[in-house]
Design a protein around this ligand. Structure first.
Ligand SMILES: Nc1ncnc2c1ncn2[C@@H]1O[C@H](COP(=O)(O)OP(=O)(O)OP(=O)(O)O)[C@@H](O)[C@H]1O
Ligand SMILES: [Mg+2]
Length: 355
């Protein structure tokens, strides 16, 4: 079976803006670099205190009982640690991890084959679980609840379903779009952890840890500068760190200090809020082309030349969290902070949009 990082790369049929420095999605090469920086155990996993606490309770209880824990669903924007946590769950349970993804399962039969080859206690990680095909989804409900798959033998009127009992196993599902998961599937997960953006302090810890693993020292001021411009996302923090290291080695004196951090961020056009080209393009289009909105997601995405899904899962969550963009029933709107950030003046009647 494939490794987590191979499947991760496959999961993105559409290569979501992989060239963006602060995009939260990762290219194949980057996933290899990331693998080295992944925390292996729960106590190395920085931040997400609530999810970590809850999860450790679920896992410890299962270990104590000598049984498999409830199925776990992890949701949240790209790059916040869903895959990392899935690997940690298996490691904490001392179980082996099987990896697949929604897009990799084309037919219910593919999933039946994976399920029927599971051993007792194994963890099955299904990345991008919201992209499972409907028949596979239905098979999964039954397997998760009753630990059974019905193997269909024969065709047409003569076909019969032979129930096959499965050993106890744990599904860990990951999704960037929990809202797309049908309720029956969501209900089969005994524990759902929603990962949120990281605070600057937490990202500083991620950065310092990563720098240590890369064998270089990151000065505290540089760590804090990078943390505040990483869009609350460990993947981006690690990516910026590697660019700062490049800058320090090639143009600086080798030390990752504030000067190197600022210079590298400037080269890569990451602004003081951590926004990159796509984020700014989205905000700018919203303000200048649509007078601050409201405008529909698809129209907005077309204007900036991106897939609606990219704008929705990659750019929007952070813009909304930073109070730069609002989502209303009539569409996306720019907030006064967005106009201010772009150095633009909102239209005189714009105030009504935020009432
Ligand atoms: N809590 C954390 N502490 C330290 N490093 C982290 C943490 N969370 C994530 N990382 C780092 O960020 C990288 C990206 O995390 P991960 O691959 O788990 O994200 P993801 O949520 O699965 O993203 P995607 O939705 O794109 O699959 C990891 O390689 C890891 O190095
Ligand atoms: Mg992942």
């Amino acid at each position: 079976m494939a490794t987590v990082d191979e499947v991760d790369a496959d999961a993105y049929g559409l290569d979501l803006a992989a060239d963006r420095l602060t995009g939260s999605d990762a290219s194949d090469l980057e996933r290899a670099a990331e693998a080295a920086l992944r925390p292996r155990r729960l106590d190395e996993f920085v931040g997400q205190r609530v999810v970590r606490d809850q999860l450790s309770l679920v896992l410890d209880a299962a270990i104590g009982r000598g049984s498999s824990p409830d199925h776990v669903l992890l949701s949240g924007p790209p790059g916040l640690g869903k895959t990392t946590l899935a690997m940690i769950i298996a490691a904490e349970l001392g179980a082996s991890l099987r990896v697949t993804s929604g897009p990799a399962i084309q037919h219910a039969g593919d999933l039946a084959a994976v399920l029927s080859s599971l051993d007792e206690g194994e963890v099955l990680f299904i990345d991008e679980i919201h992209r499972l095909a409907r028949p596979a989804e239905e098979l999964l409900y039954v397997a998760m609840e009753d630990f059974r798959v019905d193997v269909v033998v024969g065709k047409g009127a003569g076909a019969s379903a032979i129930p096959l009992t499965l050993p106890r196993f744990t599904v860990v599902g990951a999704t960037t779009r929990a809202g797309l998961l049908p309720a029956p599937l969501r209900d089969r997960f005994g524990f759902t952890g929603h990962l949120d953006f990281y605070s600057s302090d937490e990202l500083e810890r991620v950065l310092t840890r990563s720098a240590g693993l890369l064998g270089s020292a990151l000065q505290p001021q540089a760590a804090s500068e990078l943390a505040s411009r990483s869009r609350g996302t460990p993947r981006i923090a690690n990516r910026l760190l590697r660019r700062v290291r490049d800058w320090a080695e090639v143009r600086g004196d080798g030390s990752m200090d504030l000067r190197a951090a600022r210079a590298a961020l400037e080269v890569y056009e990451v602004d003081d809020l951590g926004l990159d080209r796509l984020d700014r393009a989205v905000l700018r289009a919203l303000c200048t082309r649509f007078a601050g909105g409201p405008v529909g997601l698809t129209t907005l995405a077309v204007t900036v030349g991106e897939e609606p899904e990219t704008v929705e899962t990659v750019a929007e969550p952070f813009l909304v969290r930073e109070g730069l963009m609002g989502r209303t029933p009539r569409g996306r709107v720019a907030t006064p902070a967005a106009w201010a950030h772009l150095g633009l003046t909102p239209p005189a009647d714009g105030a009504t949009l935020f009432a």
